[in-house]
Design a binder for this molecule. Structure first.
Ligand code: ZN
Length: 140
């Protein structure tokens, strides 16, 4: 499953198996890494990038990671509980949560109850035209 790396020196500090703090940078919390992947969801409409934590990420106007973002409440084509991103065996899976206007991957609407693997390079759209991207944190 996930390993943890120091945010201060991701390549230089030892990899740990459990959450905690780096022993060389004791105030620096270890960051979960999924295999080699540490990805975020970028929303150009809001100019925001939201990390996708180990426990997954709910996307929607009422989702905890989004509800407080300036401009989010204006995106009313996005449902309150729109979509869900989950890690499974190092892969990132996207599913729609029964949203009104749908979730699209590379132009194809996700069927109810179906999840598809996504990553950087896929075009993901919430509702008709709220385009988002998966970004690799190491490329930012
Ligand atoms: Zn460190």
């Amino acid at each position: 499953m996930a390993t943890y790396r120091c945010g201060m020196n991701p390549e230089g500090c030892p990899t740990e198996d459990a959450p905690g703090y780096c022993r060389y940078h004791p105030l620096e919390e270890l960051v979960a890494v999924h295999g080699a992947r540490q990805w975020s969801l970028h929303l150009p409409a809001l100019g925001r990038t939201v990390p996708i934590p180990e426990e997954g990420l709910s996307v929607g106007r009422d989702a905890p990671a989004f509800a407080g973002l300036p401009g989010m409440s204006d995106l009313d084509q996005v449902s309150r509980d729109h979509a869900r991103l989950e890690w499974r065996d190092g892969s990132l899976l996207l599913s729609d949560r029964g949203s009104s206007n749908g979730t699209f991957v590379d132009g194809t609407r996700l069927a109810d109850g179906r999840s598809v693997e996504v990553g950087p390079g896929h075009t993901i759209t919430f509702a008709k035209d709220i385009e988002v991207r998966i970004v690799d944190d190491e490329d930012v």
